[in-house]
Design a protein around this ligand. Structure first.
Ligand SMILES: *Cc1c(COP(=O)(O)O)cnc(C)c1O
Length: 284
């Protein structure tokens, strides 16, 4: 993989780079396979998991299960549409069986299975959320240069952030950029995921960069993505990595980072999600 892209960024006294987890694999990129690692380690005979119609997690699960010849079912939030999203088509092509649930059903089933009522299949929570997922995400740290002072990553379920906290060097600070609106429960989630509580020295939550909420976008965000591509040939996804990098550029401009900081931004993938945008929104 092209491990690092160096960015000049908005400030010159810090070093900014992008760790390209999006380039790990041509089909499945980013953090999702890491999160699945320990769930699938004991080769369950079947797997059930959950996601929306554009879920990167569903694609990654379909792919990992096909690779290991594990039967898998994806429970999809929302009624079955006439035309499946490209994400769901890809899941089907990878052999995942899809079941569509109304939002109400989806929420109640998700809760029931999380309580372990489904005994016949391994149930993986939405987004790989859980201590096992965090343990898998911790494996990502071996790809991050050891002299990094700050590791920046988008947070959805916060499982990846939990893994980074588990696997990081003691002196490194994790910067979490929540992509959901009003996501105030990150510390609570991290405690469940890692059984630990983190001080400011280890974790900074950069709030206020959700651009209206999950999978929401503004012209400013899309134009930022086009500019970054033009300057660095670096493609970002609008749900996660664009918001993360926008936040980091803002923090640099606001003097958050001390001179000499070596900042590693994680490109956690998700580029297939850009296919849901109208044609010509992006220049790449
Ligand atoms: C899922 C995802 C994330 C967020 O990971 P969590 O562990 O759920 O916080 C970040 N970036 C991309 C591209 C993703 O697909």
């Amino acid at each position: 993989m092209q491990q690092i892209t160096t960015l000049a960024g908005p400030g010159t006294d810090v070093q900014l780079s992008m760790v390209r987890f999006d380039q790990l694999h041509p089909v499945i990129s980013g953090n999702k396979l890491f999160k699945l690692h320990y769930y699938l380690q004991d080769k369950p005979c079947s797997v059930v998991t959950f996601g929306g119609p554009y879920s990167n997690h569903l694609v990654a699960t379909a792919f990992a299960c096909q690779l290991q010849q594990i039967a898998c079912t994806g429970m999809v939030r929302g009624e079955q549409p006439c035309n499946l999203s490209h994400t769901l088509l890809q899941c089907q092509q990878l052999g995942m069986q899809l079941e569509f649930l109304s939002r109400q059903q989806y929420d109640s089933i998700k809760i029931n299975t999380a309580l372990g009522l489904n005994k016949s299949a391994l149930v993986i929570p939405e987004g790989g959320y859980g201590p096992l997922g965090a343990k898998g995400a911790a494996l990502m740290c071996s790809y991050i240069p050891p002299d990094t002072t700050h590791i920046c990553c988008a947070a959805g379920t916060a499982t990846t952030i939990a893994g980074l906290l588990l696997g990081k060097q003691p002196q490194q600070q994790i910067i979490a950029v929540p992509v959901l609106k009003g996501m105030t429960d990150i510390p609570h989630r991290l405690q469940y995921l890692t059984s630990q509580v983190y001080s400011n020295a280890h974790l900074h939550i950069a709030d206020g960069y959700d651009f209206g909420g999950y999978a929401k976008k503004t012209p400013e965000l899309l134009s930022f993505m086009n500019t970054i591509y033009q300057q660095y040939q670096l493609p970002l996804d609008f749900v996660y990595t664009a918001k993360m990098l926008y936040a980091v550029f803002n923090l640099v401009q606001n003097g958050y980072f001390a001179a000499g900081s070596r900042i590693a931004c994680l490109h956690t993938g998700g580029l297939q999600g850009n296919l849901s945008l109208p044609a010509h929104t992006l220049t790449f």
